[in-house]
Ligand binder design. Structure first.
Ligand SMILES: *Cc1c(COP(=O)(O)O)cnc(C)c1O
Length: 400
């Protein structure tokens, strides 16, 4: 009876919970159920550590400190934020421009990067070539008239993107759009600068290339904004700006730990920003997102952010060095703030996820629904140091 679950023994109660969890996941489509949804549906489960959600917890704390001082302490300002329209898209882009070192006309402010992905796919592409595994909106947002073709990056080769094979695949597909996420979600692979440049140069005939750098702050990559200006944070903008078919997509959710605010942006050629803004997206931000964007331009905030980012990158390094040598799970190298892990032969990732949850109160992402992942994988978000230690101990307990 336990055969399909592999070698791990589980109780009847754990089995029942596992079935409930599976039902819940099925109902949430391709994104894992949120913490709130989980807790509501399965009140018997206590989640102590959310290692599903990919954010820098230190950055959330930093934002929270500023938000308290600037906004919550000033009731008039807060009320005004709720009562009034936020600034228009172009006004926020204008303010952001010098911080990110990009002309304001090329910046499209989005209600989370997801909105920018949707805008680009719906306006500037008809046949999308995606790499699998990938972040699912890149194919889910395609409409009935879109075509989707795929290029698989292989777990056997640590998800390395082979530039020659990739370019061959894109050109052979006839796609007008290519999507490169670097570091990639869910595997964390960072495309080396030289490879990215080489690829872009060969795909200059494409209508659109999306370069999604939503996790670039976590990468060990020193190159700051273009022209030496900007904020000193890693970005691929300098590398990509000579190619005018490229759109750089940037989410603020993960690195600033503020997914609830919905703040992101895209950089693309000016005529495309004009085309999008001529037909909508006027006030697609919010007062709170606008506050975040203004904070992002403040040197004091930026320097504190760089400090917490450094500290957090230290946590990432320590966690990945713990997992790299173990034999109970295969943890792939990562340049992001999460690690993809392959569970041992014969063990189901759903089972591991359930046991981590019921026995240890730790919520990780089972990757069974990720197209292109051949085998059983979990994705573990890297959190604070004490949390990471508990996660590691729990993995060892369940799988070791
Ligand atoms: C999370 C994520 C996004 C979207 O984030 P928003 O919260 O919509 O800003 C975009 N791209 C990738 C690769 C992501 O993982």
């Amino acid at each position: 009876m336990l055969n399909e679950l592999g070698v791990i023994r589980i109780s009847t109660q754990e089995r029942a919970l596992m079935e409930n969890l599976e039902r819940l996941s099925l109902n949430s489509g391709s994104h894992s159920p949120s913490l709130a949804t989980m807790q509501q549906a399965l009140p018997e489960i206590h989640i102590d550590i959310d290692a599903c959600f990919l954010s820098n917890p230190l950055a959330t704390e930093l934002f929270w400190t500023y938000f308290n001082t600037d906004v919550l302490n000033d009731q008039q300002l807060f009320k005004r934020m709720l009562e009034a329209y936020p600034s228009q898209n172009r006004v926020i882009a204008e303010r952001l421009s010098s911080t990110i070192g990009v002309e304001p006309g090329r910046v499209f402010i989005a209600n989370g990067a997801t909105e920018a992905i949707q805008a680009v796919i719906h306006n500037f592409s008809s046949h999308i070539h995606i790499n699998i595994p990938t972040f699912s909106p890149y194919y889910e947002f395609a409409g009935p008239d879109h075509r989707i073709t795929r290029f698989r990056v292989d777990s056997g080769n640590d998800f390395v993107l082979d530039p020659g094979r990739y370019v061959h695949s894109v050109l052979g597909s006839g796609a007008d759009t290519a999507v490169l996420i670097s570091p990639n979600n869910p595997d964390g692979y960072l495309i080396p600068d030289a490879d990215l440049k080489w690829i872009l140069a060969r795909l200059s005939g494409l209508r659109t290339i999306i370069v999604d750098e939503s996790f670039i702050h976590f990468a060990d990559r020193a190159v700051p904004g273009p022209g030496g200006s900007g904020n000193g944070l890693p970005t691929l903008v300098g590398l990509t700006e000579q190619f005018d078919n490229v759109t750089v997509i940037k989410s603020m959710s993960k690195d600033f730990g503020i997914a609830g605010i919905r703040a992101g942006y895209a950089i693309m050629k000016k005529s495309r920003v004009d085309q999008l803004l001529d037909h909508g997206y006027l006030w697609n931000s919010s007062g709170i997102a606008e506050y975040f964007f203004s904070l992002f331009t403040r040197p004091a905030f930026l320097s504190e952010y760089r400090e917490v980012l450094d500290t957090y990158r230290g946590y990432i390094d320590r966690f990945t060095s713990m997992t790299s040598g173990v034999n109970f799970v295969r943890a792939y190298p990562t340049s992001a703030n999460f690690q993809l892990m392959r569970v041992p032969e014969g063990v189901s990732a759903d089972l591991v996820t359930t046991l981590l949850l019921v026995r240890h109160g730790i919520y990780v992402r089972a990757c069974g629904d990720k197209i292109g992942l051949d085998g059983e994988f979990i994705r573990v978000a890297i959190r604070t140091e004490p949390e990471n230690k508990l996660v590691f101990a729990a993995l060892k307990d369940v799988l070791g």
